[in-house]
Write a protein that binds this ligand. Structure first.
Ligand SMILES: C[S@@+](CC[C@H](N)C(=O)[O-])C[C@H]1O[C@@H](n2cnc3c(N)ncnc32)[C@H](O)[C@@H]1O
Length: 177
């Protein structure tokens, strides 16, 4: 959505973003074959850069051209894709690894499942509705996960890891059968 691009471009102009990869990506990427990876809502690419360094060929999709510009020339394995995930399609059976960190579009859930090749790995972490004492993450409920929602959404996959405690996020790692 055009509004999202304006909002996120302004954020990325204003502030620095973390450059170290998410812990869950660092800990679980090794479960995947080193092939094609999709980083959904990649931002400035902390996870994309990490995966490219491991040898994945990474499609880094985000709506913010300002964020993606910081990825330019970082690695020949990195392919920034400036696109709106509200309408983006994922080609079936295409990816060995899909990661989705700190972003939520429920429309993409079935597309992610289809987009994984057999044996492919999904790494997903995003904010929960119940965030006692936390001021992190979005406030609009459309962008927040309900209790066990992430787990139920991906039950057709083989769930390797699931956690809702220890922070304001739900975390899932799963493999396509
Ligand atoms: C909290 S950041 C997370 C970035 C990255 N995954 C990370 O963990 O560092 C959310 C990202 O979602 C992107 N985004 C928001 N709405 C989007 C949309 N409709 N299409 C594509 N990207 C979108 C923003 O530009 C932003 O980079």
């Amino acid at each position: 959505m055009h509004r999202d691009r304006i909002k996120w471009n302004a954020k990325y102009h204003r502030r620095q973003s973390p450059s170290s990869p998410s812990r869950i990506v660092k800990n679980y990427a090794a479960l995947s074959r080193k092939g094609r990876a999709l980083d959904i809502a990649a931002g400035t690419g902390r996870n994309s850069v990490f995966l490219a360094g491991l040898g994945f060929s990474v499609d880094a999709v985000d709506i913010s051209d300002v964020a993606l510009r910081r990825l330019a020339g970082r690695s020949p394995n990195l392919h920034p894709v400036c696109a709106d995930l509200d309408t983006f399609d994922i080609r079936p059976d295409r990816y060995d690894l899909i990661c989705n960190i700190r972003f939520l579009s429920r429309r993409l859930f079935p597309l992610m499942i289809e987009g994984l090749a057999p044996g492919g790995i999904l790494i997903f972490e995003s904010y929960l509705e119940k965030q006692p004492g936390s001021d992190k993450g979005p406030t609009c409920r459309d962008y927040l996960l309900g209790e066990n929602e992430l787990l139920h959404a991906f039950l057709s996959l083989n769930i390797l890891y699931y956690r809702e405690t220890g922070g304001p996020v739900a975390s899932l790692v799963a493999m396509k059968k």
